[in-house]
Design a protein around this ligand. Structure first.
Ligand code: UTP
Length: 223
């Protein structure tokens, strides 16, 4: 299968150490034996910190986004270091570049592309661009719930949802630099117009990626 995996910065660099990079590298190396892999890495807390400082310096939101993109690319480089020779050794900046370098059989690792969306959207666009079969979005939550699980004990995980239902759910959410929640609008629009499978699942457990690839029930599947 041709698979795109978006790993949230809130997962991979949460504790500002190497551990999750290492754990993901091991899982990805195994999956790369039978699959073509394209990885998109998020910015996490470091991106938010840089964006906050940039905003205090009075720059506009697009420039704040641009700083965020730089941080996602730094995180992508760290994952490349962890993957060693399994990864293509440069971070593509565009979808064309990612597609081109993907032809050499290595794992491709990138970060953001341009302002006004998050790396979730990069993952979704990339999946369409390369005609991927599956998009796995690894986040800090188990998937999508019918209500906020932090506030309601009886919140239930939604195992399957349509892109339309999701669009309706996130339509009032914030789109400022560094503030994308769950998944951004652009990502869901891409999922809606394309035919690939999408799974959103908890990335704190890297084995969830393997389960999603095997087609096991894990997180929320967007149909
Ligand atoms: P992330 O994709 O990590 O955003 O990019 P996020 O959803 O806020 O954070 P996670 O999922 O918890 O890791 C960090 C920031 O970089 C900018 C945005 O400002 C985003 O909030 N960015 C990233 C872009 O503008 N374009 C991109 O293609 C990627």
């Amino acid at each position: 299968m041709r698979i795109v995996v978006a790993i949230g910065g809130s997962i991979i660099i949460k504790d500002k150490n190497h551990e999750k990079f290492y754990e993901y590298a091991e899982i990805l190396k195994g999956l790369s034996k039978e699959n073509e892999l394209f990885i998109v890495v998020g910015g996490g807390i470091p991106a938010r910190e840089y964006i906050k400082i940039a905003r205090s310096l009075g720059v506009n939101e697009a420039q704040c986004d641009d700083i965020g993109i730089d941080v996602t690319r730094l995180n992508a480089r760290l994952l490349i270091f962890a993957l060693k020779e399994y990864a293509y050794q440069e971070v593509p900046h565009t979808f064309q570049e990612a597609m081109k370098v993907g032809l050499n059989g290595k794992i491709v690792v990138m970060g953001g592309t341009e302002p006004a969306h998050s790396t979730d959207a990069v993952g979704a666009i990339l999946t369409e661009f390369i005609n991927g079969d599956l998009f796995v979005n690894l986040t800090s939550v188990n998937g999508m719930y019918n209500k906020d699980p932090n506030k309601f004990d009886d919140a239930k995980l939604i195992e399957e949802i349509t892109a339309d239902e999701m669009l309706n759910f996130i339509k009032d959410k914030d789109v400022k630099a560094g503030t994308y929640e769950f998944m951004d609008m652009t990502a869901i629009q891409m999922i809606k117009r394309s035919s690939f499978q999408t799974v959103v699942t908890n990335g704190f457990y890297p084995e969830n990626l393997t389960k999603a690839v095997k087609g096991e029930k894990i997180g929320t599947r967007i149909i």
